[in-house]
Write a protein that binds this ligand. Sequence first.
Ligand code: NAD
Length: 299
Amino acid sequence: MTDISFDGRVAIVTGAGGGIGRTYALDLARRGAQVVVNDLGGSVDGTGGEHTAAQKVVDEITAAGGEAVPNYDSVSTPEGGESIVKTAVDAFGKVDIVVNNAGILRDKSFLKMEWSDLDAVLDVHLKGAFYVSRPAFAVMKEHNYGRFVFTASNATFGNFGQTNYGAAKAGLIGLSNVLAVEGARAGILSNVIMPVAFTRMTEELLGDFGKVLTAESITPMVTYLCSEANTTTHGAFSAAGGRYAKVFTGLAPGWFAGAGADVTAEDIAAHYDEITAEEGYIVPQSTQDEIMALAGLFS
Ligand SMILES: NC(=O)c1ccc[n+]([C@@H]2O[C@H](COP(=O)([O-])OP(=O)(O)OC[C@H]3O[C@@H](n4cnc5c(N)ncnc54)[C@H](O)[C@@H]3O)[C@@H](O)[C@H]2O)c1
């Protein structure tokens, strides 16, 4: 396998002033990408903000001979998203790669969560990814090339106290899957990373075990997904401490009652084992895949 190079490629990494995002920015720049290092510089709950975080990473990149510019806008407004993409276009002429990584936490059990905790988390993770990705998508379409990586989480599997975060992260999987469909003809690929890494965000949760789960161990998977070597789109991948694995939504064959059947709740109970059996699933790559499978039943 030849080395994966990003010569001539322009990347935006949001939330790259620390944690996992910093390691993405460093690796992409080391491999020749011109990088926009975006970071608001706030605390884990999204409050505060100072420019030093992004600037420090830019300094690290330039000291190592790479090219990068900082951007300090919040991803959480349409204007912020536009400005982040404009920073890339003004500095480097285009955008080839967007790693949507910026994130905050406002963990609270469902009944204790304030609406402001819901809004803040949806604004940064889910809407923020829209605000950055849409202007970037427009630029990518002009060049018939693009790579998106969206950052989801194993919180989508279910994690106490993270209704807001889990919902935002699950939303990103939907966003990525639809962008994969919409971007296909323009050579724009979209995938999801679900990292587990020891950062300021997770140090309390992961404790001592977390120390083997380095941020650096997530980077190769994301670098690969951002590269020309990658041909996968519509994918999701868990990365944790050197273990890399596909995550997917499968559609099982289920139970077919027959065309026009008059199905009752009692029928559902009677066929529950068939409905919930997991063998023989498909992994739909689009809505069409389910429609085609259904059409097969009715033909
Ligand atoms: N660490 C993990 O185990 C883990 C697990 C699942 C998902 N994630 C996700 O990975 C991403 C990176 O997390 P991390 O662990 O490196 O945490 P982190 O707190 O170290 O990094 C997040 C970065 O995003 C920046 N940021 C926050 N709000 C922003 C905004 N509105 N605009 C721009 N930048 C903003 C922060 O300043 C920070 O530098 C997040 O999306 C997080 O939800 C992390």
